[in-house]
Design a protein around this ligand. Structure first.
Ligand code: AQP
Length: 328
């Protein structure tokens, strides 16, 4: 069975972008692949997190993984820090990563360009930790939204470099990106990705938003003045984003949906998108509440960490031996 690995960093409450671009795919793939899905808590602290909030976000993220349909009997679900090999291999791989490569990573460059202050060394070197997250498990595929493709490419480069220097050690993973929904945009500024840290609260739908609030955000989404419903990403990015959101959640395409709504008003389309989104949020939130009430999260994480650790410690031991870190 092919293996697939992915993680989400809950720097805030998970978003509809996380769900459409990543989470729903983990669930779709779990029957066909061996899915390893972790919560990237170490990546969260590359930017300051209020500890109490972080703890809540981590727990919520696990509950949302389960609520979305990830089955701990099929998938391995764990917290990154419960498997210390991630940090250990992350350090080793940083020693095989060039500064020039990290300088080219667009996520860091974007934050620099925005003039964000006090960017940390952890944030700069996080692609090395991400490479370790992946390479520890030799996955065949890594499902990611568009913004993370570059990091998977870097992971492949680091793996190939290590394999060439020593001997074949790591499998080179393939990034997997869906045709629809790989980059959901902000509702208030369709030129920016929908992000947890979106400064405008109206641009982002959180999976735990009250559905009435989510509906409001959709009804106020920025569109354009063409007055015609077409699936034109370049000319009508706001409208296309709405079509893409609804299409992803209802297994159709933005083009098919645009045809269905051609000749109708933007308000009608927004109402439909809100219905589709709210129906997904309602069922997700209902399961989320059940999961919290059943108190299963700690057991799921414990079992997941044990399974992950059984794979990770072997890989780290191999790497340490090859590099010459051990004296036996
Ligand atoms: N808007 C999005 N559209 C499609 N996919 C997305 N993903 C995130 N946002 C979107 C995908 O979700 C997975 C986990 O991402 P993450 O939350 O760990 O990191 P991120 O992409 O940096 O998310 P944010 O919300 O933008 O974080 P902040 O605001 O903290 O910087 C990935 O596969 C990602 O592609």
């Amino acid at each position: 069975m092919k293996r697939m690995l992915s993680g989400i960093k809950p720097t805030g409450s998970l978003t509809l972008g996380n769900y459409i671009g990543a989470l729903r795919h983990f669930v779709e793939y779990q029957d066909e692949y061996e899915v390893i899905a972790f919560i990237a808590n170490l990546h969260c602290i590359t930017v300051y997190q209020e500890p109490k909030e972080l703890r809540k976000n981590l727990k919520d993220a696990v509950a949302l993984y389960l609520a979305a349909g990830l089955d701990p009997q099929k998938a391995t679900i764990f917290l990154q820090t419960d498997v210390p090999e991630h940090a250990q291999l992350g350090y080793i791989l940083a020693c095989y990563t060039y500064l020039g490569e990290l300088n080219r990573m667009t996520q860091f460059k974007d934050k620099m360009a925005k003039g964000e202050q006090n960017l940390t060394a952890g944030l700069y070197s996080y692609p090395c930790l991400m490479a370790a997250d992946i390479l520890l498990y030799d996955p065949d595929y890594v499902p990611v939204g568009d913004d993370q493709k570059q990091h998977v490419e870097l992971t492949r480069d680091i793996a190939a470099r290590f394999n060439n220097k020593y001997s074949p050690t790591f499998k080179l993973p393939e990034p997997l990106s869906a045709k629809v929904g790989a980059r959901i945009m902000s509702l208030s500024d369709p030129s920016r990705k929908m992000s947890k840290s979106d400064p405008s609260n109206n641009g982002c739908i959180y999976l735990l938003d009250d559905p009435a609030v989510a509906k409001n955000k959709i009804m106020r989404a920025v569109t354009d003045s063409y007055g015609e419903i077409r699936a034109d990403k370049e000319k009508q990015p706001g409208l296309y984003n709405l079509l893409e959101i609804a299409a992803s959640l209802s297994d159709t395409t933005p083009e098919a949906l645009a045809l269905e709504f051609s000749g109708k008003g933007y308000g009608e389309l927004k109402k439909y998108v809100a219905e589709v989104v709210c129906s997904s949020l309602n069922s997700l939130q209902e399961r989320y509440r059940e999961i919290l009430a059943n108190n299963v999260i700690e057991d799921v994480l414990k079992e997941g960490a044990e399974k992950a650790h059984r794979i990770a410690y072997k890989k780290l031991a191999t790497v340490s031996r090859k590099v010459g870190l051990e004296i036996r």
